[in-house]
Design a protein around this ligand. Structure first.
Ligand code: NI
Length: 167
């Protein structure tokens, strides 16, 4: 397993749309392993393939305290949404910034597993938010897109400053 480099906003590649996975092979299974490794390394709770510069529709997450509940979705599709809730979000591609975002409170997601078998999962709470945040990434969308343009410009400035300092 390999820790891969994460793209950071405002990298334009984060705006690319990921393509559906057409064949589930060892390359995809290795990608999933690397995504978990990268996510754990950077202490995240979720990661989309776009964030490591791979434009395939794969997302992973683990929001357990002891990092023992790996969830991954190949070609995820949100097929039902219910209610609304606002929660504070962050993102490994937008480091050090957190903001409240309103999303559906419950979702049902359909996806494929590593054997190519379809499954459905109904989620609420933090998991429902995570699924929406990560599937957004696959469409080139970031949580800060839900903020006002003014706030988004502020985040961009802050991150550019942070990057200059760490170079
Ligand atoms: Ni994110």
């Amino acid at each position: 397993m390999t820790v891969r480099a994460i793209l950071h906003f405002p990298d334009p590649r984060l705006r690319n749309k990921a393509l559906p996975v057409t064949e589930i092979n060892d390359e995809i299974r290795t990608l999933i392993d690397d995504m978990f490794e990268t996510m754990y390394h950077d202490r995240g709770v979720g990661l989309a393939a776009n964030q490591i510069n791979v434009f395939k529709r794969v997302i992973v997450m683990d929001h357990s305290e002891d990092r023992s509940e790996q969830l991954y979705f190949i070609n995820p599709e949100i097929i039902a949404k219910e209610g609304l809730v606002t929660m504070e979000e962050g993102c490994l591609s937008v480091p050090t910034y957190y903001a409240p975002v309103q999303r559906a409170a419950k979702v049902t997601v359909r996806a494929l597993d590593k054997q190519g078998k379809p499954f459905e999962l109904a989620a609420d709470g933090y998991l429902a938010i995570c699924i929406q945040h990560e599937t957004d990434h696959l469409d080139g969308k970031l949580f800060i897109d839900y903020l006002s343009p003014l706030k988004r410009a502020m985040v961009q400035k802050k991150l550019e400053k942070l990057r200059r300092r760490t170079l």
